[in-house]
Write a protein that binds this ligand. Structure first.
Ligand SMILES: [Ca+2]
Ligand SMILES: [Ca+2]
Length: 195
């Protein structure tokens, strides 16, 4: 082949584009708010209602809802229409900010009734959003998660916590898997025939 570097560039580009497309396709932002305590509000103090649950659903947009200091037992339960996959590594991403002494439990559920703890959230530097990640591995057997709950632990001064968005991964459809395997197979065959 006259331009071996060209083949390298093409193969690498196709692989990077395939992986990017697969990642974008597999990320799944929460579809609804299933349940929440009575005092959940935005940063300006407006209580969340059925009309403003979009503060928490969908992609990150800097619109938030959560709790301020001195309101114990606050919680939010998010819901996904399609069950979430237990992929290799972390499965759940939560974007939030919180006071320096804030903390919360993160739990997940298959049916919205029985919840299993995944880990804890801590406060962040003042006003800074952070992404926290959690793994479903070994917690739900073959059952898929459709509900995620954040439950306030820290209460008192500097324990406010506000959430922007929640994401999991869609269970990959057989069709997209076949497509990716076919692409990988074609690339391998091309490399084999034209060393
Ligand atoms: Ca996992
Ligand atoms: Ca938001």
């Amino acid at each position: 082949m006259k331009f071996p570097w060209l083949k390298f560039v093409v193969v690498t580009s196709v692989l990077i584009l395939s992986v990017r497309a697969a990642e974008a396709e597999l990320l799944d932002w929460a579809d609804g708010v299933h349940e929440y305590s009575s005092n959940i509000q935005d940063y300006a103090g407006n209580k969340m209602t059925a009309d403003t649950e979009w503060w928490l659903t969908g992609e990150p947009d800097d619109f938030v809802a959560g709790w301020r200091s001195n309101a114990p037992g606050e919680y939010i339960v998010m819901h996904w229409d399609l069950p979430l996959a237990d992929v290799v590594g972390d499965d759940l991403r939560i974007r939030l900010y919180g006071g320096p002494r804030a903390s919360a439990q993160v739990l997940a559920s298959v049916d919205g009734r029985t919840f299993t703890e995944l880990g804890t959230l801590e406060g962040t530097a003042q006003g800074d959003f952070v992404d926290s990640y959690f793994d479903f591995a070994g917690k739900f057997g073959n059952d898929a998660v459709s509900f995620v709950k954040v439950l306030r632990v820290g209460n008192g001064p500097n324990t406010g916590m506000f959430f922007d968005a929640f994401a999991g991964h869609v269970v990959p459809e057989p069709g997209s898997l076949v497509l990716m395997l076919t692409a990988a197979g074609l690339l391998a065959a091309w490399k084999w025939r034209r060393p």
